[in-house]
Design a binder for this molecule. Structure first.
Ligand code: MD3
Ligand code: FE
Length: 216
């Protein structure tokens, strides 16, 4: 029955332990953008270099105890911003509350993120197929919040060459994935040009993660 699929918080299943919660972040969008302005005043988004020597097309920054980085040496989480040696800006309580609430709705109780990667996509920017595997503990889920222009998200399997499904991620959507879906390959197609009334000519994606070891 179609009605059941959309009953309760517009949940769309992507896998046994992965779903999109359509519009769940909408009421918080302006507050999130305000918090981002403060974070990015201290830690501006920048295009980092991959170990293979390519410049990422998305501009990234972080908040939280740990931040994801890449350079010629590799991908890793660090407690400090390599651009200025300072700690990343703190994770706003709004972000951790929203992430824990979304995780719980998707069946993951007790999610306590210690890292938030912030991706900015300008028109044309993309993210090639990858796994999120730099975290210490794959038993924790990841929660993502999409803001601004819509993007086509590619959702693959556990092998790089598994076929991919396409899902449109729109302003206010939250995705949650963990368990059997935690290491699925995924990516984002090149962003189509446009202008979002609140966010402008870009897409912003936050991914909230437990990157370090769990603290009891
Ligand atoms: C992965 N970000 O930062 S998050 C990343 O939209 C990243 O910026 C993308 O991949 C972005 O590492 C995608 C959305 C997402 C949703 C469901 C998933 C990623 C997923 C299910 C399984 C694995
Ligand atoms: Fe990813």
């Amino acid at each position: 029955m179609q009605a059941d699929l959309f009953a309760d918080d517009h949940r769309i299943a992507l896998g046994p332990h992965a779903c999109v919660l359509r519009g769940l972040a909408l009421p918080w969008a302006e507050a999130i953008l305000q918090a981002l302005a403060d974070i990015e005043a201290g830690a501006p988004p920048r295009q980092m270099i991959t170990p293979g020597g390519f410049t990422m097309s998305a501009a990234i920054t972080n908040c939280g105890a740990l931040g994801w980085t890449t350079d010629r040496q590799g991908y890793r989480y660090r407690p400090d911003d390599p651009q200025n040696g300072q700690a990343w800006p703190p994770l706003p309580a709004l972000f951790s509350r929203l992430a824990a609430d979304a995780a719980a709705r998707a069946g993951f109780d007790g999610f306590r993120p210690d890292a938030c990667l912030i991706n900015h996509y300008a028109p044309g920017a993309r993210m090639s197929l990858h796994q999120d595997s730099n975290e210490q503990d794959f038993t924790a889920p990841i929660v993502s919040v999409s803001l601004g222009l819509p993007a086509v998200f590619l959702f693959g399997g556990l092998r790089r060459d598994d076929r991919t499904a396409r899902v449109l991620l729109q302003h206010g959507d939250i995705a949650v994935w963990g368990g059997a879906d935690r290491l699925r390959f995924h990516g984002v197609l090149p962003l189509a040009d446009g202008r979002h009334p609140l966010v402008g000519r870009q897409r912003i994606n936050l991914t909230l993660r437990q990157a370090g070891h769990q603290v009891k």
